[in-house]
Write a protein that binds this ligand. Structure first.
Ligand SMILES: C[S@@+](CC[C@H](N)C(=O)[O-])C[C@H]1O[C@@H](n2cnc3c(N)ncnc32)[C@H](O)[C@@H]1O
Length: 369
C-alpha cells in the first residue's frame, strides 16, 4: 500500500497537472500568484542554458569588465564584444532582462543588480569563463550519465588529477590553469572559513591540496604567528611556494601525492579546502585515514567545501556539482552527515559543523583527532 507521502504527492500532481485546473488557476485571483511563480520557475529551468550563455557572452565579450568602470553606450559595448548592431542589441536586451546590466538612459548601460555582484570578484568571473568546458561536456547528458564517452571530456582535461596516473603532478602546464582558477576563487571561500574558526589557537597548519597558497595567505592575515605547510602535487606546490614567497608568507612545501604518500606530521591543524568532493569515496576515505594518522589526539582537521543537503541550495550540490564532477571524472558533493560518518570511520574522536554566512559557497566541519 502506498505511503502517506506517495499518496499526497500523487494527489497534488493530479491536481497541478490537470490542464483544466491550470487554466482556472491562471485566472483565479487567489491562485494566480502561485501559478505564475510556478510557471516562471519551470520556464527558468527550461531556459537556464540560454541564461548561462548570455552571462558567459557578457563576461567573455568584455562587457561586464567594461561596465565595472562605469556607464557605456551600446556602440562601445558592441565594439568590445566584436558584435554588429543587431547582435549587440540582442545581447544587451537579454542581459538586461536577466539583471546583468541595466539601462540608465538613452542608449546607456550600467551593471544591473546581478552583474554588480561580479564586481571585484575575479573568482566568479574565472568560474564563469571556464564553464564553456562544462557546457561542451553536457551537450549529451544521457550519454555522459551512461558513461558512453570514448575519451575523457573537456573538464577531465582541465582537472588532470581526477583521472590521472600521477604523471600530471609533475607537469606545470597541466596544473597551471586550474591552480589559477582556484587561486582566483579562493578569497570568497577563505572569507567564510576565517570567520568560522579561530586559527590563532593553533601553532602549525598544514593545508593539504593547498594549491597556489591562496588559503594559507588568507589565514596568515588573521593569524600571523602560525607556521604553515603546503602539501600538493609537486608542480602545484612549486607554484604555491613561489606565490606565497612573493607575498612574504613563509611556508614549508611538501610536494607529494596523497594517493600514494603519507601526510606529513608535526602540524596541530590540517585543512582540506575544496578537496574531498573531488574524489570518489575510496580515495576520500583513505585520505581521511592518512590525515588522522598525521595528527595527535586532540589536534584538529578542518574541512571546507560546498556540501549536499544545504537548505535552499540543494540544486547547487545535486544538480550543478552532480553533473560537474561526473564530467570531471571523479568525486561527489556529500552531506555533512556523510562526511561525519567518514570521519568517524577514519578514527576521529568527534566532529561538528561550524556555521558560515554563505553555506552555498562553503560549509565547514571541524573534527578532533
Ligand atoms: C579543487 S583544488 C582546491 C585547491 C585549494 N585547496 C582551494 O580551495 O583553492 C584541489 C587541489 O588538490 C590537489 N590535489 C588533487 N589530487 C591530489 C593528490 N592526489 N595529491 C595531492 N594533491 C592533490 C590539486 O592539485 C589541487 O590543488
Amino acid at each position: 500500500m502506498a505511503g502517506f507521502r506517495q499518496r499526497w504527492v500523487g494527489w497534488r500532481n493530479s491536481i497541478i497537472g490537470n490542464p483544466a485546473f491550470q487554466s482556472w488557476a491562471s485566472r483565479s485571483i487567489l491562485a494566480r500568484g502561485i501559478s505564475r511563480v510556478r510557471a516562471r520557475r519551470l520556464f527558468d529551468i527550461i531556459a537556464g542554458f540560454t541564461y548561462s550563455q548570455t552571462l558567459y557572452a557578457c563576461v567573455e565579450g568584455g562587457i561586464v569588465a567594461r561596465l565595472e568602470d562605469g556607464a557605456a553606450s551600446s556602440a562601445e559595448l558592441g565594439a568590445l564584444a566584436r558584435l554588429g548592431e543587431d547582435a549587440t542589441h540582442r545581447l544587451l536586451r537579454a542581459a538586461a532582462a536577466l539583471g546583468v546590466i541595466e539601462s540608465v538612459g538613452e542608449d546607456l548601460w550600467m551593471l544591473g543588480e546581478q552583474g554588480v555582484a561580479l564586481t571585484g570578484n575575479p573568482g566568479a568571473i574565472a568560474m564563469i569563463r571556464h564553464h564553456h568546458l562544462l557546457y561542451a561536456d553536457l551537450a549529451d547528458p544521457l550519454s555522459l550519465l551512461r558513461g558512453e564517452r570514448s575519451a575523457p571530456g573537456a573538464l577531465a582535461g582541465y582537472w588532470p588529477y581526477a583521472l590521472g596516473d600521477g604523471s600530471e603532478g609533475e607537469n606545470q602546464a597541466a596544473v597551471s590553469p586550474y591552480s589559477q582558477l582556484m587561486a582566483a576563487s579562493q578569497p570568497m571561500v577563505a572569507d567564510q572559513v576565517v570567520h568560522a574558526w579561530r586559527f590563532g589557537q593553533h601553532r602549525r597548519m598544514l593545508d593539504v591540496g593547498g594549491g597556489a597558497g591562496a588559503f594559507i595567505a588568507a589565514v596568515a592575515d588573521v593569524a600571523p604567528a602560525l607556521e604553515f605547510g603546503l602539501f600538493d602535487l609537486p608542480a602545484v606546490t612549486a607554484i604555491g611556494a613561489r606565490q606565497l614567497g612573493e607575498r612574504g608568507v613563509r611556508v614549508t612545501p611538501h610536494p607529494g601525492d596523497f594517493r600514494n604518500d603519507s601526510i606529513p606530521q608535526g602540524y596541530d591543524l590540517i585543512t582540506l579546502i575544496r578537496i574531498l568532493h573531488d574524489h570518489d569515496d575510496d580515495l576520500a576515505q583513505s585520505l581521511l585515514v592518512k590525515v588522522h594518522a598525521a595528527l595527535k589526539p586532540g589536534d584538529t582537521l578542518l574541512i571546507a567545501e560546498p556540501m549536499a543537503g544545504t537548505p535552499g541550495a540543494e540544486a547547487m550540490a545535486d544538480a550543478y556539482f552532480g553533473f560537474y564532477l561526473l564530467a570531471m571524472g571523479s568525486g561527489r558533493a556529500r552531506t555533512p552527515q556523510e562526511i561525519g560518518a567518514m570521519l568517524t570511520k577514519a578514527g576521529f574522536a568527534g566532529w561538528s559543523e561550524r556555521r558560515t554566512g554563505l553555506p552555498i559557497v562553503t560549509r565547514v566541519i571541524a573534527a578532533t583527532a
